[in-house]
Design a protein around this ligand. Structure first.
Ligand code: SF4
Ligand code: SF4
Length: 62
């Protein structure tokens, strides 16, 4: 299982993480990304962390 965290202060609002999440658990409110779905469905693929230009997303495996 993974914990997904998005640092709202670091997020520059590019929407790339939400667009690319294969599990569709990241959302975008027009300004910042946020965890909108069930973290239990996170695949740990790190697509979100690799695509984020500002290092705002962190994935932690429990
Ligand atoms: S690690 Fe993959 S599945 Fe998990 S939130 Fe990021 S993009 Fe989505
Ligand atoms: S990829 Fe990073 S900067 Fe872009 S919306 Fe996601 S958290 Fe914000």
């Amino acid at each position: 299982m993974f914990i997904v965290a998005i640092n709202q202060e670091k997020c520059t609002g590019c929407d790339s993480c939400a667009e690319g999440c294969p599990a569709h658990i990241l959302g975008f409110d027009g300004t910042h990304a946020y965890v909108s779905g069930d973290e239990a469905e996170c695949l740990g693929c790190e697509s979100c962390t690799s695509v984020c230009p500002s290092g705002a997303v962190t994935i932690t495996e429990l």
